[in-house]
Design a protein around this ligand. Structure first.
Ligand SMILES: Nc1ncnc2c1ncn2[C@@H]1O[C@H](COP(=O)(O)OP(=O)(O)OP(=O)(O)O)[C@@H](O)[C@H]1O
Ligand SMILES: [Mg+2]
Length: 463
């Protein structure tokens, strides 16, 4: 491994000499600078892996120097050292991305450990970044549990093949992410990726969505329109919630998958298609076949390469890393850069069952970032947040400090939750009773992270 190159900036000659000796003995190559001007010059000429930076310098101060480096685009990790740093200075340095603050006199063991850990972290991040660039979207799939490693492997193998893939998993497990990763790693990656959510499109429109239509094919079809299959030509068509496709449409889809050609609605021309289909479902399609809700012949067609994503509770090892990932994202969006989880919070998250899987975890973390006043999210905050979003009456919904959007979502969630329960989980009758389109109810439930119940297709087609 190449030697790491460090820069030490301090005004005291004796400190520079000691640090140079200690760090060189540890195998680092070390440069020193006695002030801001020299440090700027050295940084200009050389590239360093890490800098140790004193606060009080003869020609300026360390925080200003750090500010200049950052402005010049130097992203290296910086450890600040000071005998008497004020909170103010520490805050400024942290905002500029200083990794840590060391009290003088320096404890050599602690210093060496900190340098080692910091360099290791930076290296790991660089490697992860390189991997992301190499493999495209797939590394956006966070998690390093055995299950996830096996899943990544399967994704790569499915991507190489041309056959239809069916991604199976509970809601919120990452089926769409996996489908996108398969496309991104396939030979079709430069082609389009089109998606159709079979549960969200009203039954009477699904055929024209998939196959397109000619002008005048039906009321409202004023212009010719290409469907998803044609748009996905040369690429991948992602059929989400394929288990919710109406039976009549299943027969037509089967034909297209077999013949590799289609006619637009209201048209006679046969159009050849060059599309790879990736389907996803959170329903047990074998059961659906047995109960007559899904065509077994279509199931066989789709089930060439099945890919199962286990629920989050079956891979709890992934929860800490996923939580931190979502925290990073939410910190950025909500401009709360200093937020962290306490160990207790991570433990509480790891113990929770997450019926809504990764999506529920993501929403929970976003909520925690918005609702937690301080910089540390502890186990109490997690427990409080897990209690939210459940049954709530119309009065007492106002919580000072909670954004309007979240309050409204909480109300919507409890209304839909109650309504679905009242109708024994039947989405079609719930939708009817609420005066909503079934597809709209589905979308709403999904957006709110609500469990959608098994749909009774017979009932739906009467809808
Ligand atoms: N392994 C993962 N790493 C990072 N983010 C993930 C992972 N798995 C899921 N997510 C995130 O969780 C959310 C839900 O994922 P996705 O939409 O792919 O799930 P799904 O299985 O398609 O859900 P549904 O059945 O409700 O459609 C998304 O925001 C996605 O980015
Ligand atoms: Mg999905």
């Amino acid at each position: 491994m190449p030697r790491n190159h460090l820069l030490v900036v301090d005004d005291e000659v004796s400190i520079l000499a000691t640090l140079k000796k200690v760090l060189s003995l540890e195998g680092y190559s070390v440069d020193v600078a006695g002030g801001v001007a020299v440090a700027l010059e050295k940084m200009d000429r050389c590239s360093y892996d890490l800098a140790l930076l004193d606060v009080a310098l003869p020609d300026g101060n360390g925080v200003e120097l750090l500010e200049k480096w950052r402005a010049l685009g130097h992203t290296l990790p910086v450890l600040m050292m000071s005998g008497h740093a004020s909170v103010d200075i520490a805050v400024r340095a942290t905002k500029l991305g200083a990794t840590d603050f060391l009290e003088k006199p320096l404890n050599t063991d602690r210093l060496l450990l900190l340098i080692k850990n910091t360099l290791r972290l930076v290296r790991a991040e660089a490697e992860a970044h390189a991997l992301r660039c190499q493999t495209g979207v797939s590394s956006d799939l966070i998690g390093d549990s055995k299950v996830m490693l096996a899943l990544r492997d399967q994704i790569t193998r499915c991507a190489r093949a041309q056959a239809t893939v069916i991604v199976r998993g509970e809601r919120g497990t990452g089926k769409e992410l996996v489908a996108r990763a398969i496309h991104a790693q396939s030979k079709r990656a430069d082609g389009p990726l089109e998606k159709l959510n079979c549960a969200a499109v009203p039954n009477e429109l699904i055929e024209s969505e998939l196959f397109g239509h000619e002008a005048g094919a039906f009321t409202g079809a004023t212009k010719q329109r290409r469907g998803k299959f044609e748009r996905a030509s040369g690429g991948t068509l992602f059929l989400d919630e394929v288990g919710d496709m109406p039976l009549s449409m299943q027969a037509k889809l089967l034909r297209v998958l077999q013949e590799r050609e289609l006619e637009r609605v209201g048209g006679d021309d046969t159009i050849r298609i060059d599309v790879r289909v990736v389907a996803a479902t959170n329903r047990n399609l074998e059961e659906a076949c047995e109960s007559g809700e899904f065509r077994p012949d279509l199931y066989d067609r789709l089930n060439v390469l099945p890919l199962d994503i286990p629920p989050l509770r079956a891979r709890r090892d992934d929860i800490p890393i996923l939580s931190r990932h979502f925290l990073d994202v939410a910190r950025g969006i909500n401009e709360r850069p200093a937020m962290t989880f306490s160990d207790g919070a991570v433990r509480a998250l790891t113990e929770y069952n997450f019926p809504g899987n990764v999506r529920e975890l993501r929403n929970l973390v976003e909520r925690l970032v918005i609702l937690t006043p301080g910089d540390t999210i502890d186990e109490h905050a997690v427990a409080r947040c897990l209690g939210l979003g459940h049954a709530k009456t119309a009065s007492g919904v106002y919580r000072p400090g909670t954004p309007f959007r979240l309050l409204v979502e909480d109300c919507e969630r409890s209304i839909l939750d109650e309504a679905i329960r009242h109708h024994g989980g039947q989405m079609a009758s719930t939708a009817r009773a609420l005066g909503l389109e079934r597809s709209h109810l589905y979308k709403k439930c999904k957006a709110l992270g609500l469990r959608e119940s098994k749909t009774n297709i017979g009932e739906d087609s009467a809808n």
